[in-house]
Design a protein around this ligand. Structure first.
Ligand code: AMP
Ligand code: ZN
Length: 113
């Protein structure tokens, strides 16, 4: 298995876990871009958003709701936070196992770089 996030899910590579259930895991990003930077990752390997079908609607919905719950736990729900899925090279995707970035704790610019 060559996928970094599959290795984290399998427990072969350590991560700073903040949440886990039967379908997803969330852990702190190793190179945080904000005071809070969590990645919400499905346990099933899907390389990019382009692989999603209607079968994953429930999974993706649960990931987004988990992102909101983590933001609330960290107290950034009121001030605001950002959720991002990068898809493929031009968007900056570097790990090809889908993941939802959850960033908060500082003001953020728009448009993104
Ligand atoms: P992306 O560029 O959207 O594919 O995001 C990949 C993210 O994974 C980046 O923000 C990296 O900092 C993060 N990352 C890479 N390796 C690890 C790791 N071992 N543990 C936690 N986060 C990681
Ligand atoms: Zn994977």
């Amino acid at each position: 298995m060559s996928c970094l996030f599959c290795k984290i899910i399998a427990g072969d590579i350590p991560a700073s876990k903040v949440y886990e259930d039967d379908q997803m895991i969330a852990f702190n990003d190793i190179t945080p871009q904000a005071p809070m930077h969590v990645l919400v990752v499905p346990k099933r390997h899907l390389a990019t958003l382009n692989e999603l079908s209607a079968a994953e609607d429930g999974l993706v919905g649960a990931m987004v709701r988990r992102a909101a719950a983590i933001a609330k736990e960290r107290g950034v729900d009121g001030p605001g936070y950002r959720t991002v899925f990068n898809c493929n090279a031009q968007a900056g995707q570097s790990v090809f196992h889908i993941h939802l970035h959850v960033l908060g704790g500082r003001a953020m610019a728009w448009p993104p770089g």
